[in-house]
Design a protein around this ligand. Structure first.
Ligand code: HEC
Length: 153
């Protein structure tokens, strides 16, 4: 019995050590991995684009909307190639969300270009949902960039 306990305790210690090692590695990797760094750089700019879209929609400034959708659409190929550090195993899902996101942003851009404010508002609501659904699964940190966790339409 004592032997079993010792083995279990040893196994637990080992598990903790492995977890710690992984944690350390995780952080180093976080800083050097270009794909993750890309995400980190991109997202605050997305938050800004989102605010500018909301403001433009409020003012009925559809040109302002197109400026931001142009920007977002210029980045989605990169977004698809980037790697979140949470749920990395679900990379296919991540890429799928990027495709849906891209499609919704395109609908938003097209509505704005047509001068369809109502359509643009509806499309933006879907875009904002994509931001949130990706964050739900792939965004590790919670509690900063509040705009992202509470993306409103
Ligand atoms: C396909 C996935 C995906 C989509 C779509 C997405 N995000 Fe993110 N976002 C992430 C991930 C992953 C993180 C965490 C980044 C990290 O830890 O480096 C993040 C983080 C953020 C952050 C916090 C800043 C940071 O670097 O951690 C903000 C703000 C943000 N996103 C805004 C947005 C907005 C606004 C949209 C929609 C217009 C959006 N995101 C769409 C995946 C996504």
């Amino acid at each position: 019995m004592i032997k079993v306990m010792t083995v279990i305790a040893a196994a637990m210690l080992l598990a903790t050590a492995v977890a710690d090692a992984h944690e350390g590695q995780h952080h180093d990797k976080h800083h050097v991995d270009a794909h993750m760094a890309k995400l980190h750089k991109m997202m605050p700019r997305y938050a800004k684009a989102q605010v500018l879209i909301v403001t433009s929609l409020d003012k009925g400034d559809l040109k302002g909307v197109v400026k931001q959708t142009d920007y977002i659409l210029s980045t989605t190929a990169d977004l698809k190639k980037s790697t979140p550090h949470k749920n990395v195993a679900k990379l296919k899902d991540f890429q799928g969300i990027v495709s849906d996101f891209e499609r919704d942003v395109t609908v938003l851009a097209d509505s704005a270009k047509k001068g369809d404010l109502q359509g643009a508002r509806a499309a933006f609501a879907s875009v904002a949902k994509r931001c949130n659904s990706c964050h739900e699964t792939f965004r590790a940190e919670v509690g900063y960039g509040g705009a992202a966790s509470e993306v409103s339409g």
